[in-house]
Design a protein around this ligand. Structure first.
Ligand code: PHE
Length: 346
């Protein structure tokens, strides 16, 4: 009876092992292997229950069944380990292949920015004036009526105010329409001699091929003993030739500004049409680049300078105009439209 029992047990273990071998052959991945391990060696497996019930066998059969069971267990463990390590390495290779980085692929070049043409022309003009002994000063873009108009000899009811197309923030505060208010701000804080330029943005309600609501000026102010119109003319002609080249013609036209007397506008011969007349110079052959004049002595009253001792000149240069002339650009609006194809040319 006991012997029969033992034979039965050994036979079912052999069957179990066959099943195991079949299943393991079909395992496709480490997860399958794990499941097989649980099924054939886990708590509910045949080998486990055989060992658990081994106490019920006779003392002769115990070692036989025990030994056989352990042999099967060992065989299964070994085969599982072999299969698992083979599948693991296949899975690892597959993962590596999927995640491969191709070091030969060309990288994506980051787009490099470049200096805006307006900035580089300002820097160039700053260098020219620095070489002539000028300092660089700055002032606020949000300005009071007092500095933008009043102290520049342009009281409330002055007709010149209407020429300015001012952006008002309140009755008394505005976006500066020119860099000239810095003349007053600077003279309030510094005694003569004064030799400064003031680069900065200015704002006017204007929009067409030669006007934009924001544009850039460089103000100039010289106040010293014995400054006359000849000094003004020489300075501006010299600078114009440095910027545009010796072959450009420069002309002074009488003009009016409330804060200079006498005043002039300065034109440079148009490079685009060589004087024949075109869209940029409105058919005149000349392009106005700056306003200038001798500082009106009235201004000195606002800043406590002695009109008997000093005199001076001032000018305001339009940077976009300079760029248009230099590079033959026929629409001022292109400077502010942020078209990279335009900006990259310079
Ligand atoms: N501020 C004047 C303008 O913007 C230019 C100017 C500056 C004229 C200094 C004379 C002196 O038109």
């Amino acid at each position: 009876m006991q012997e029969n029992k033992a034979e039965e047990i050994l036979k079912s273990l052999e069957e179990e092992y066959k099943d195991f071998s079949e299943s393991l052959k079909e395992a496709e991945n480490t997860k399958d292997v794990e499941n097989i391990k649980v099924r054939f060696l886990g708590k509910k497996s045949l080998v486990s229950s055989t060992l658990k019930n081994i106490g019920k066998l006779s003392s002769e059969l115990k070692p036989v069944v025990g030994k056989n069971t352990n042999v099967y267990i060992k065989k299964m463990e070994e085969e599982l380990a072999r299969k698992e390590s083979r599948l693991k390495s296949i899975e690892f290779d597959k993962k590596l292949r999927e995640e491969i980085v191709d070091l030969n692929l060309p990288g994506r070049k980051p787009k490099a920015g470049s200096k805006n043409i307006i900035s580089s022309v300002i820097e160039e003009i700053e260098d020219i004036f620095a070489g002539m002994g000028f300092d660089i000063a700055q002032g606020p873009e949000v300005e009071t009526d007092y500095y933008n108009f009043e102290a520049l000899n342009t009281p409330q009811d002055h007709p010149a105010r209407s020429l300015h197309d001012t952006f008002f923030i309140s009755d008394d505060v505005l976006l500066r329409t020119h860099t000239s208010p810095v003349q007053i701000r600077y003279m309030e804080k510094h005694k003569p001699p004064v030799y400064i330029i003031v680069p900065g943005k200015v704002y006017r309600r204007d929009y067409d091929v030669s006007h934009t609501p924001m544009f850039t000026q460089i103000e100039g102010l010289v106040v010293d003993k014995g400054i006359n119109f000849g000094n003004l003319k020489w300075t501006l002609e010299t600078v114009a030739h440095k910027i545009f080249g010796k072959d450009r013609k420069v002309r002074f036209r009488p003009h009016y500004f409330p804060f200079t007397e006498p005043s002039a506008e300065v034109d440079v011969s148009c490079r685009i049409c060589e004087g024949a007349g075109c869209r940029v110079c409105s058919g005149s052959g000349w392009l106005e680049i700056l306003g200038a004049g001798m500082v009106d002595p009235n201004l000195y009253r606002f800043v406590d300078y002695d009109t008997e001792k000093v005199s001076g000149f001032a000018f305001g240069l339009g940077i976009e105009r300079v760029c248009m002339l230099r590079y033959g650009i026929d629409d001022l609006r292109s400077f502010f439209e942020n078209d990279l194809r335009f900006l990259k040319q310079f």
